[in-house]
Design a protein around this ligand. Structure first.
Ligand code: MN
Length: 212
């Protein structure tokens, strides 16, 4: 089943002033679509075409070498951006409460300390890539990845991904990546992130079985 770019659950301009409408249109309609088109073209007619992106990304070493880099970049682009659109909301921002909030405080000391660490990971990622809140075994951590790599390929469960490719911010923020990250944090739908956190035990078992 070919990949598709999912519709946004909010209007293109709904994340203003933090993320501007033109950036959302280009990012969602053009950049994400390009990953989907390239992934579909590469996977069509192969035994991998019905495998979901998340599973492909945990099994990259099983892919034939002529497919591996294309799948890593473009199935990665599909998985990462589907997560991203769901992670943002016009009603976003603030802090997580409940189990996720407690886990963040336990791992980082405070929500502010976590936000600073995620921002630093995004700012210091050289070139294009992502910064992530992940569950690594039983603990939360911040990591960053280059290009469209996803932490699932390293056996970690991604909870929240921050896109620091220039296409995510350059129209409004130009070279001011730190300002973009500060603004983006106001769009996070922590209820969605908390739902992912609640799924960690099941996903961790799934990834282990796929990597076995
Ligand atoms: Mn992007």
């Amino acid at each position: 089943m070919a990949y598709k770019v999912p519709d946004l659950r909010y209007a293109y301009d709904a994340l203003e002033p933090h993320i501007d409408e033109q950036t959302m249109r280009l990012h969602h309609d053009r950049h994400h679509q390009a990953y989907v088109d390239k992934a579909n073209a590469a996977l069509a007619g192969t035994r991998w075409e019905d495998v979901r992106p998340r599973e492909l990304l945990t099994r990259l070493d099983e892919l034939p070498s002529e497919l591996r880099a294309t799948v890593r970049d473009n199935a990665g682009g599909q998985y990462n951006h589907c997560m991203l659109w769901r992670s943002m909301s016009p009603q976003g921002g603030g802090e997580p409460h409940g189990e996720l909030g407690e886990a963040i405080t336990a791992a980082f000391g405070s929500f502010v300390a976590f936000s600073d660490e995620l921002k630093q990971a995004g700012v210091s990622r050289f070139g294009s890539g992502w910064a992530w809140l992940v569950c690594d075994g039983s603990r939360l951590a911040v990591v960053s990845t280059p290009n469209q790599d996803n932490p699932v390929s390293d056996g970690r469960v991604p909870l929240l991904g921050l896109d620091v490719w220039e296409h995510a911010y350059y129209l409004r923020y130009q070279n001011r990546r730190p300002d973009y990250i500060d603004a983006w944090l106001n769009t996070i739908d922590w209820e969605v992130v908390a739902e992912r956190y609640a799924e960690v035990p099941r996903l961790a078992r799934l990834f282990r079985s796929l990597n076995a």
